[in-house]
Design a protein around this ligand. Structure first.
Ligand code: FES
Length: 107
């Protein structure tokens, strides 16, 4: 499989300390900026794939109300409690630009 780095945003466009939703290709996710570092999760509950909303320091699943820590993606309550943390979006920052890693299938 090949990979391609796609521009997501300029770091300067993302307020420090913010948590914001983004969409790229046919997926959405949550982008967090903390100083010069950024991280992102796919908007996908690890119980059964529900979409998430942010409520203060947690993401809450819209399907069965599992909650996840915003900073770590760790499940905190509900049916995802014994499951995996939120799936991480692979990112890199170069010259003040945040890039998303797109995996290209050989099919
Ligand atoms: S799909 Fe999220 S708690 Fe079930």
């Amino acid at each position: 499989m090949a990979e391609q780095w796609v521009r997501l945003a300029a770091l300067a466009e993302i307020p420090d300390g913010s948590v914001r939703k983004f969409r790229i290709d046919f997926r959405s996710g949550w982008l967090l900026r903390r100083g010069d570092s950024v991280k992102a999760y796919f908007d996908q509950c690890t119980h059964a794939g529900g979409s998430l909303v942010r409520k203060g320091g947690v993401f809450q699943c819209l399907r069965h109300e599992a909650t996840f820590d915003v900073e770590t993606g760790t499940p905190l309550s509900g049916p995802a409690l014994d499951g995996d943390p939120l799936p991480i979006v692979e990112l890199k920052v170069e010259d003040g630009i945040v890039f998303f890693k797109r995996i290209l299938s050989d099919e």
